[in-house]
Design a protein around this ligand. Sequence first.
Ligand code: HPA
Length: 273
Amino acid sequence: MSPTPDALAAAEAVAAASGRASHEVTLVLGSGWSEVVAGLADPGSEVTIPMAGLPGFTAPSAAGHRGTVTSCLVDGVALLAIAGRTHLYEGLGPEPVVHPAHVAAATGSRVLALTNAAGGLRNGMAVGDLVLLRDHLNLTGRSPLTGPLFVDLVDAYSPALRAAAADAIAGTTSARPAEGVYAQMPGPQYETPAEIHMLRTLGADLVGMSTVPETVAARGLGLNVVAMSLVTNLAAGVTGQPLDHTEVLAAGAAGAARLTTALRALVPAVARL
Ligand code: HPA
C-alpha cells in the first residue's frame, strides 16, 4: 500500500512551507490534546499551516479540534503535528479519517503517534490518566482498506515503541502510564451504560471514537504506531452522572501541561528506535 496522491501533494506542500523535506515522526492530536502544539516545539522551529491550505484535509467539525498542521523540531527530531482529525461519525467515509496516516507515510515518517480522548472503563482509572494503547477493538463495522489487503494487526501498537514511550514518560512525569485495550465505537452519541457493560465484557479498558482506522491504515502503509489516550471521563454509567463534551474538553485543558511534558519525552524516544 502506498500513500494517496492527495497525501503526497500535502507532504510536498508541507516541505515547501517548512523547508523540511521529511519528518521522522507524525503526531495526531485528538480532542483535548491540541493545546500542546505550542509547548512541544524547540524554540523558533515551528511552522504552522492551516489545514484548509493542504490537499486532502477537511477542517474538523468537532469543538476541541484545531485544524492545523505544524512542522517543528522536538529535541532536534523533525515532527509533523496534525491538530484536528476527521471522525467516522462525520459521515465523510474512512478516506479523510486516515489522511493523516497517509501524509505521515508521504513525509517519510516511520512512526505515527496517535492521541485521543477516551472514556475509562477499567476499575481504578481516573480522569487525567494517560494510557498507552496495547490493542484495539474495531466496533465501527468499517475498514479504511478496500480490496485484498490482509494487513496483519498482531502488535499493531508496537511493543518496542510502547516500552520506549512509557520509559520516557515515566522519566519526566514520574508516573508510568498504564496500558489498555481501546474500543472504538461509531459515535457521535456517547454509549449507553449497557454498551459500556458489553465493552467491559469484551475486554475493553477505554472507549472512544477515533484512532482505530488510522492505526489500520498506518499498518497497511508499513508505519509503526504508538497511541495514547487521555482519560477525560469515566465511561457511561460508571459514575451515574451524564456525559458532557465540554467536560471532556475541560479535562484535556486541565492536563495540557502534563500532556506537553509527556509528548516532549515521547517524540524523541520513539524516533530513536
Ligand atoms: N465515549 C466515547 N468517546 C469518548 C468518551 C466516551 O466516554 N470520552 C471521550 N471520548
